[in-house]
Design a protein around this ligand. Structure first.
Ligand SMILES: Cc1ncc(COP(=O)(O)O)c(C=O)c1O
Length: 436
């Protein structure tokens, strides 16, 4: 039993005061927010029952995924190359599906075991690290890399954020006798590391030019802060201008250092993320957008952290489905059994309890409507209590659907992804192994 029920004296007094107020003023009482599954979730529930999947399951709607890849193509295809953010879609068949629909071979990778896995199983891919790996993690990649169809010296770009790491990679490359492609991380305003000064970038490119094993292959400037910038400091527009101005300075530094051998069309100038990609166009800043490819992952499945104004034409494509194990026509908190009736009177959405198979994921209840967790009772990864009104007609073995807040960690928690084509569960897609 993972419930951690500990109502404090303060909670009880506050509850009593609120309760008194609501009873005295019934218009303060929340309305009944409950209901039943709509046609979409009723169909999905039938599909899961038909597939015999009576356990917590990550469901991916293949039609909705297709809708989202089409929106992505419409927005960026003619202007920028597209790179799949592998951590946000952490499954080989999922990445393969997105690859086919978007006709890209570019994937951004964030974890050494995933890197080895992709190099092994997707040897025709073009990989860019999305964060700098410890030098010993890079060493481990080479120690376990066996598929000769994937040539890391042409198909993999390591990400370097400091002169110190550059030195370490140079030593590693020399020790292994291994040519390596090096992409430099730029701090374009997110302040999560990377080069902040164009002169330092120039120095790094100079040392790369001299290095017998390392080759400069571009920049990566991630800018997740842009969509959240408040108006008081110029809002997203100004943050984007600042980011692109620094990016441009760094490109100019590269051109200066490389001179005749500067070939921008052969370099990777990466930017973007789900919440910003729709802000980019080739026309920006008098046809001189400094980046030439955009990395996007989460927008294709749209977890709730991505309910932002720049993604209104993307639709949620992933849900957690889990069976109801037990139902109760009351909300009984140990020690407060006598006030269950009062709780329901104060809030009709606290009239029934449902214990689900698993819980406490990075996700919020989505269907049926009106379900909430109960902080007084406590959260549970084993059997989570959800509450609803009498209008929530869930029975044992029915399903509850939750919407993940993010994809990268949540997708890895359920085993194979169940693929829903709008009618049936048609495929089961394995997810990446964290520590393989
Ligand atoms: C370097 C980098 N690029 C791009 C992204 C965008 O990923 P997503 O589109 O899944 O938000 C991220 C997300 O963390 C990132 O770290």
């Amino acid at each position: 039993m993972a419930s951690r029920f500990k109502p404090s004296r303060r909670q009880i007094l506050t509850g009593a005061a609120l309760g008194g107020a609501v009873l005295a003023a019934p218009w303060l009482r929340p309305g009944d927010q409950g209901g039943t599954h709509n046609a979409y979730f009723a169909r999905l529930q039938m599909a899961l029952k038909e597939a015999g999947l009576y356990r917590p399951t990550l469901v991916l709607d293949s039609e909705r995924l297709y809708n989202n890849t089409q929106r992505l193509i419409e927005h960026i295809h003619s202007d920028f190359a597209y790179r799949i953010v592998g951590k946000s879609l952490p499954s080989l068949p999922l990445i393969n599906t997105v690859r086919k629909q978007t006709r890209t071979d570019r994937v951004m990778v964030f974890h050494q075991p995933f890197l080895n896995h992709l190099a092994e199983k997707m040897p025709d891919s073009n990989l860019l690290l999305g964060k700098p790996m410890p030098t010993n993690a890079a060493k481990r990649f080479y120690a376990f890399h066996t598929n000769t169809d994937f040539d890391p010296s042409r198909q993999l770009q390591w990400l370097i954020d400091t002169p110190q790491r550059l030195k370490e990679y140079s030593q590693l490359a020399a020790a292994l006798g291994q040519n390596m492609q090096i992409n430099l991380e730029l701090d374009v305003g997110l302040h999560r590391g990377g080069f902040r000064d164009a002169e330092e970038v120039a120095l790094a490119i100079m040392s790369l030019r001299e290095d017998p094993y390392l080759e400069f292959t571009g920049f990566m400037g991630y800018e997740a802060h842009i969509s959240k910038m408040p108006g008081i400091v110029g809002g997203p527009e100004q943050a984007m201008k600042n980011a692109m101005a620094f990016y441009t300075q760094c490109r100019e530094a590269a051109q200066r250092v490389l001179g005749e051998s500067y070939r921008p069309e052969q370099l990777t100038f990466n930017a973007g993320g789900s919440s910003t990609y729709q802000m980019y166009s080739k026309q920006m800043y008098n046809n001189s957008a400094p980046c030439n490819e955009l990395a996007v992952g989460s927008a294709l499945v749209k977890p709730s952290d991505f309910d932002v104004s720049t993604l209104v034409d993307h639709i949620p494509a992933a849900f957690i489905a889990t069976p109801v194990l037990k139902t109760l026509d009351a909300v009984e908190v140990p020690g407060l059994e006598n006030v269950a009736g009062l709780m329901s009177l104060l809030n009709p959405n606290k009239s029934r309890s449902f214990f689900t198979y698993g819980g406490y994921w990075k996700a919020n209840p989505e269907s049926p409507p009106g379900l909430t967790t109960n902080s007084l009772y406590g959260r549970s990864t084993n059997q989570e209590m959800l509450n609803g009104s009498d209008s929530v007609k869930l029975a044992v073995d029915d399903f509850v659907f939750l919407r993940p807040t993010q994809s990268e960690a949540v997708f890895l928690q359920f085993g194979d992804i169940a693929v829903f084509d709008g009618l049936h569960i048609t495929e089961h897609w394995p997810v990446f192994q964290q520590g393989a």
